[in-house]
Design a protein around this ligand. Structure first.
Ligand code: PGA
Ligand code: ZN
Length: 425
């Protein structure tokens, strides 16, 4: 008896956390289950990401409208998937990929496709009465990810004098997720006090981290360490640091020329950046570094990983764009030892799962991530638990579109009780 067939698939245009349009999809099943899902949107996007379809009508939202993507859901995707069984996630995702027919989902839009893919998963989980994290991850899904909390923002996510896009506090020494979240939320609040006392700005960037003008990138790390200590924690043991350089955003050729323009530190080649990283890793409790080099700098990534890959986790974001084609290359070339996983970079739930599987098979880690433009959808929290990846980044301890994911993880942990797992490695 199949009561999980899709009976309605519709989309609408909503706003994301930056006030830009994005896609929300609504699906209905034969048994009356109704589910929605909303699609996030990045700012420092990789050039090989699946295409986020925008209307480019300058007189509407500065060209950022998504009415075409919405129409694609309503007029093209809906008739193609109606009647399909929502429990057949991979079959439905495959249908969407084929219907689009392009390498990068440019015809229907990855925003249109992902909205449907996520809503289908949620509807199936609701209909079968299994929580989303277990529906996607099985009954063994019980590891709550360490929340890598982005407490200080720079680069393209802020208007300040810091080049590194994200400075994250990683509560790897906490006994549980709930405690880990408390460690880093307290650090966030303590940091605010320190910034205020020094007359620095406590306004926040797109992901909710503070975005003060600092004298240098190093000073940003040092003030975070001060925050960790002042909040009562031991840097490196209780709370470590993770960075996302998003280096494509300060590279002119995406290969070997960098200009640390926001801090005014000036031009550098890949070797210069790697040397700087070696010093930082020696001086500071850094455990993870994402996109230390630009997305076409495969040689730089390889060298970075050769020199630092034993000491820290090296994550490719713009380099791999959650695409198994590039992750495979990265595994072969030893360009990193982990991949960032963003569902909308690839455009379906199934392909995101595939990217995680490829990482796991290679002994790599996968780092589950939100986008800088988010919505109140908490899908990501369940997805992270389902993927058993043990690490997640979803912004700071403010801005509800970030907090909703943390709160969902608190719920999941509570539901799992003593069986919940929490550990970094
Ligand atoms: P984005 O930033 O969502 O703007 O791409 C997040 C990241 O670079 O990890
Ligand atoms: Zn990144």
């Amino acid at each position: 008896m199949k009561r999980t067939r899709l009976t309605a698939v519709r989309a609408m245009e909503i706003l994301d956390s930056r006030g830009n349009p994005t896609v929300r999809v609504y699906v209905e099943l034969e048994d009356g289950t109704e589910a929605t899902a909303s699609v996030p949107s990045g700012a420092s996007t990789g050039e090989n990401e699946a295409v986020e379809l925008r209307d480019h009508e300058e007189n509407r939202y500065g060209g950022k409208g998504v009415l075409q993507a919405v129409a694609n859901v309503n007029e093209k995707i809906s008739p193609a998937v109606l009647g399909m069984d929502a429990r057949q996630q991979s079959v439905i995702d495959q249908r969407l990929i084929e219907l689009d027919g392009t390498e990068n989902k440019s015809k229907l839009g990855a925003n249109a496709i992902l909205g449907v893919s996520m809503a289908v998963a949620r509807a199936a989980s609701m209909s079968t009465g299994v929580p989303l994290y277990q529906y996607l991850g099985g009954v063994g899904a019980r590891r709550i990810p360490v929340p890598c909390m982005n407490i200080l923002n720079g680069g393209a996510h802020a208007d300040n004098s810091v080049d590194i896009q994200e400075f994250m506090a990683v509560p790897l020494g906490a006994p549980t997720f709930r405690e880990g979240l408390r460690y880093v939320a307290e650090t966030f609040h303590t940091l605010k006090g320190i910034l205020k006392k020094r007359g620095l700005s406590t306004s926040v960037g797109d992901e909710g981290g503070f975005a003060p003008n600092m004298g240098s990138n190093e000073e940003a790390i040092e003030i975070i360490i001060e925050g960790i200590e002042k909040a009562g924690y031991r840097p490196g043991q209780d709370i470590a640091i993770a960075l996302d350089s998003a280096a494509s955003s300060f590279s002119s050729d995406l290969v070997n020329h960098y200009d640390l323009k926001w801090s005014g530190r000036g031009e550098m080649d890949s070797e210069g950046l790697i040397k700087m990283a070696e010093k930082w890793v020696a001086d500071y409790p850094i455990v993870l570094w994402e996109d230390p080099l630009a997305e076409r700098d495969w040689d730089g990534f390889q060298e970075f990983t050769r020199r630092l890959g034993d000491a820290i986790e090296v994550v490719g974001d713009d380099l791999f764009v959650t695409n198994t084609r590039y992750i495979k290359q990265g595994i072969e070339k030893k360009s990193a030892n982990a991949a960032l996983i963003k569902l909308n970079q690839i455009g379906t739930v199934s392909e995101s799962i595939e990217a995680v599987r490829m990482c796991r098979d290679a002994g790599w880690r996968s780092f589950i991530s939100h986008r800088s433009g988010e919505t109140s959808d908490s899908f990501l929290a369940d997805f992270a638990v389902a993927m058993d990846s043990g690490q997640l980044k979803t912004g700071s301890a403010c801005r509800s579109e970030r907090i909703v994911k943390y709160n969902r993880l608190l719920e999941i942990e509570q539901e799992l009780g003593d069986t919940a797992l929490y550990y970094w490695k």
